[in-house]
Write a protein that binds this ligand. Structure first.
Ligand code: 13P
Length: 256
């Protein structure tokens, strides 16, 4: 049983005070959650949010990190600095970093390996653009991103990687992939991991879906065999909607 893993990517939202308030609310409301939960506030709030979530069941995540450990890299944040403030998970290869900041598969792979070397867990994001989907390239792009992102990752480390499938056209647009569309790509990702690392690693890999996940569509997505959780953007910014997604099973029962 893989269990469910729900992560909130707060992107470039929240002052330190707002972030601490939201984290405090989540700590209270999700204390008894049976699912794995992570929140990734902006860098400026990591330390303060880290103090709020320390010793709770909520993991502290970062939204990116540098490909170098230390040194003359103006504007970058090192994995050592992230660990220093209590971060245990880092999101890498988000489409906003790929498309807006020009991050390549090779750069993302260097970050993945560095994060794992330093004992951080990784959420490796993959996903196609609308143009790639319309050109029939979904499988090619996603398989390539998984293969390139994991290149050189040792078999004994791959278990600390989660893959997030985030179709770019579904992010922040309100257009989520149907559970069936997402499931088809998740199955491809799982078989790619199995091909690279063996059947057991494929079976155990957690694969999240991301892209307009909301309380009302979460349970339908989670019901799919190969969908093990969600990477949530906009709906992670309020305690009500994020808690409803984390507790998607209870939310669905209450909604009848
Ligand atoms: P939205 O949930 O706002 O579509 O964002 C998804 C995302 O990019 C999470 O990393």
């Amino acid at each position: 049983m893989r269990g469910y893993y729900i992560a909130g990517n707060w992107k470039m939202h929240k002052t330190v005070g707002e972030a601490v308030d939201l984290a405090g609310e989540l700590v209270k409301r999700l204390a008894r959650s049976g699912h794995r939960v992570m929140i990734a506030p902006p860098f400026t709030s990591l330390q303060a949010v880290g103090e709020k979530v320390r010793g709770t069941n909520i993991l502290l995540g970062a939204q990116n990190m540098a490909s170098a450990e230390l040194g003359a890299h103006t504007g970058q944040i090192s994995c050592l600095m992230l660990k220093d403030v209590g971060v245990s998970v880092v999101i890498l290869g988000h489409s906003e970093c790929r498309l807006l900041d020009g991050e390549t598969n090779a750069l993302i792979n260097a970050k993945v390996k560095l994060a794992l070397l330093h004992g951080l867990e990784v959420i490796l994001c993959v996903g196609e653009t609308l143009a790639e989907r319309e050109a029939g390239l979904v499988e090619k792009i996603v398989v390539e991103q998984v293969e390139e992102g994991l290149r050189g990752v040792a078999p004994d480390r791959v278990g600390t990687v989660t893959i997030a499938y985030e179709p770019v056209w579904a992010i922040g647009t309100g257009k989520n992939a149907t559970p069936q569309d997402a499931e088809a790509v998740h199955a491809v990702i799982r078989s790619t991991v199995a091909r690279l690392y063996g059947a057991k690693a494929g079976e155990e890999m957690l694969i999240q879906y991301g892209g307009s996940v909301k309380p009302d569509n979460a349970a339908g997505l989670m019901a799919m065999k190969n969908i093990d959780g969600a990477l949530v953007g906009g709906a992670a910014l309020s305690a009500d909607s994020f808690c409803a997604i984390v507790e998607f099973d209870a939310y669905q029962r209450a909604a009848g």
